[in-house]
Each structure stands twice: as structure tokens, then as C-alpha cells.
Design a protein around this ligand. Sequence first.
Ligand SMILES: Cc1ncc(COP(=O)(O)O)c(C=O)c1O
Length: 321
Amino acid sequence: MVSGTQPEIVDRLKLARTPTPIITLEGFPHPARIHIKRDDLTGLLTTGNKIRKLSYLLSEAKELKAEVVITCGGIQSNHARATAIACRRIGLQPLLVLRGEPPDFLDGNYLIDNLTGSDLRFITRKDYEEVDRIMAEIKEDLDAMGKPAYVIPEGGSNEVGALGYRDCFFEIEGYLKEHKIGRVYIPVGSGGTYAGMLIGKKLRKSDVHLIGVIVCDTIEFFKEKIGEIVNRASERFGYQFKVTDADIELVDYQGKGYGIPYTEEIDLIKQLAQFGIFLEPVYTGKTFYGMLQEEKEGDLLFLHTGGLFALFSYREEFLKR
Ligand SMILES: Cc1ncc(COP(=O)(O)O)c(C=O)c1O
């Protein structure tokens, strides 16, 4: 180990059901051949990408003897829901800082947050800009009350959470070679999934293209954020690489904005349901839509990051079509 580095966090909890399968989308009308890494199958209630990250993060929380886990997100946050469930399974108390007003209607992820009996704190959109500080203050208060707390940043996206997606890259690398797949599409919302995949790619010295589809903020913002997560992991765990902007390939398919679906995307979600694949409008729908626009041939892999429960809160979009 290079001096100053720390041992990697070990995923002792093994909360994600992995390895997840990879399927080929037979008969889908598009000139490219589409393979899907089914990370929507990482767990029933903990479906999606977040549980891979949480397995590492909560392993660290346990190691640090935390009793409360604080995290944040939107009302329909997949990450907040997965955190609430995972915490309850391992005897930790979830505290969720949610952006916006408490809704009148229990729906999708928010319904599940409620059922877990998580401590829910609502803050305004404006205050949410300072959510890291707010979570740090809550932690300080809890620590002072003798309830040690562990803070997970938005989306579980830091150098510890990213290790979950380093593992995912290791899972797919053999398949990519076997099927001569040169391009992998990844949804980007807080950057940790992409960062983890890039760590895996760098560690394996792979030349596959990882294409991140951003659904909020800007390409510049995510290049910086992803670069920071990867380089922090490299420094902390003693990997021998550093990434630059050129290593991070991103395209922007946020359309009219975060959480606002493309009309064609709603049709695409309905079309994919005919193949038994369920996407949602915020992350996976936009990423799949973007991939179809970008690519016209060859073999591609789409990383299906789950998010099923958020689909229910979009029922009206489907009624309209
Ligand atoms: C279903 C789903 N897919 C993809 C993402 C994006 O992953 P990341 O936040 O690691 O960029 C998120 C969360 O942001 C998500 O909830």
C-alpha cells in the first residue's frame, strides 16, 4: 500500500443480489443490438443501483458503530427509499432529509419511506442547496446526544459508494469481451454509478467506452464531480491512476429538465414494457432514449439502474398518451 492510503472498505453486508443477469433485447426494432445489465434485479424492495453503493457505505457505517444513518434526496428519491429499507434490515435508524413540502399523497418511493418509519425531515428547495451542511449539523446534534450518526451524501455518490459500481464493472468485463461490446450506457444523476464503473475500467485497463447520460445539471458539473470521486478513491485506496476530463464521456438528455420526460420517452417506456423491461421517466427512460438517438449499429450494453417505484408517481403521463 502506498503510504497515506487506507485499506479498501470491505462489503461485509452483501446487501445487493449480485451478480445480476445480462439479457439481450431480442426483436426490439432498432439497428443496434442491445444488451441489458439487469441491475433492476439487485433486490425486490431495494431494486436498482443504490443498493450496490449502500452495501459498502453501510458496511463502513457499521464499522464506525453508527446507530443513525442520515441521507437526502427528492421526495421520490430511489436512494432515500433504498437507504431506509437497507438500514431497517441491519438495525440502523434511517433519517431522510427530503427536498420540498410533505406531499398529501403517499406514493411510490415516498410511500415506502413512510412504511419504514424513517425520521423524515423536509427542507425547501433553497435550503437543499446547503443539504451537506444541514446533514452535518444533524449529525453533530445526534452525536452529542449519544446517538452516533453516519452521513451518506446525495445518491450515495462518494468514493466509498462508488466501489459498488467498480464491482459491477468487474461483473460485466468478461461479457463485454465475449460479445465484442465497445459501448456501455449509464444513467447519471449524482455521478457515483458512472464513477464506480470508471474505477473498474481503469483498474482493468479496459478500452471500452462508458457513456454517461446526464439527466440534470451540466456536462461540466458532472465531469468535475465524477473526476473528483474517482481521484479521491484512487488516492484513498492507493490505486495508481488519475483521471482527467477526457476519460469521462457524457451526453446530455435532460430535455426540458430533471424529471420532465420527453413525449417519445413515455412511448418508449410503454414499448419496452412489451418486452418485460420496465424503465422510469427520470433516469433509465432518458438514458435508453438517449442511447437510441446516439447509436445506430453494433452491440451496446445498457445499465438498467432500476427505479421502478418512481414510475407510479408518473401515472398521469401515461394516462395522457
Ligand atoms: C433509478 C436510478 N438510476 C440512475 C441513477 C443515477 O445514478 P447516480 O446517482 O449514481 O448517478 C439514479 C439516482 O440518481 C436512480 O435513482
